[in-house]
Design a protein around this ligand. Sequence first.
Ligand code: SAM
Length: 274
Amino acid sequence: MTKTKRSEQEFRPAKKSLGQNFLVDPNYISKIVDALEIGEDETIIEIGPGRGAITEYLVESGANVVAIELDRDIVSILRQQFASSKNVSIVEADATGVDFERLLEDQKPKTKGQSQSIKLVANLPYYVSTPILQHLATQRHLFARLVLMFQKEVVDRITAKPGSSDRGFLTVLTEAAFDVEKLFDVPPNAFQPVPKVTSSVAIFRPKENKIKDEEKFRKLISMAFAQKRKTILNNLKTVYPNASDSLVRGEIDPTRRAESISLEEWQRLFLAIY
Ligand code: SAM
C-alpha cells in the first residue's frame, strides 16, 4: 500500500454507527490470518474490510479475496488501494443480506476460477453479530471454516454451556450449526479508535444439524427463550398446544428453564413437538 493511500484512509474519521474500530496491531492481524490456514487455490471472503488491515495480508497470501463492505466511502478508497492487485474484489453490500453462493458465482470471472475451498473472515461490530451469525448459519455449507471476531461477551454467550445464564437463542442456534473453538482475546488497544470493550476471535467449523427443518427449529428456540425467567413449559404452551406432552416424550422436566437445556435435548424436544 502506498503512503498516500494509507493516509487518505487514516484521515477519514471512523464511523461509530458502523462499528468502525480498525485493527492496527500486526500481531493480532497475523494471528487471525494464521487461523484461516490458507492453502492453495482458496477463496477468502472478508466481511467488513474497513481500512484493509486484514485484507492486505489476505491479498499477500495469494488467495482469491472477495471483501464485502457496507460503507461506500471505504469501498471507493479500498478499490484505489488495491487497484493493482488482481486477486481481490471489493464488493459494496450489506453482508447480512448477501447470497454468498451467488456472490462467488458472480466473482468467478474476476478470480482464478475454481477454488479448492472457501473460507470467511470478519471482525464484526456488535450491532450486527446476531443477524450475521444467523445469516452465516443458513449458508454454512459453502465454507470450510469461518474465523470471526466479536465483542468478547458475544463469544462468551455463543460458547455458554447449559446452566449458564449467558446461554440463549444465539448459543443454541450457533451450537446446532457450528463447532466453535475460541482462540484468543484481543485487547482494546489493538484497535484504532480504541473501543471500550475486549474482543475475542473464534473458529467456526460448519456441521450438519440433525434437524433438517432449521426454520422450525429456530422458531422453537426463539419461543423457548422468549422470557428467560419463565419455565420451558410456560414459554412454549401458548404456541405449541402439544408442549406438555412433547416435553414428557422428550424426557425434559417442564419446570426447567431454557438456559439449562443442552443441544441434544433441544433436538429431542423438536422431534417430539413436530
Ligand atoms: N476488518 C477491519 C479491521 O479489522 O480493521 C474493520 C473492522 S470494523 C470493526 C467493521 C467493518 O465492518 C467496518 O468497516 C464497517 O463499515 C463494516 N460493516 C459494518 N456493518 C457491515 C455490514 N452489515 N456489511 C458489511 N460490512 C459492514
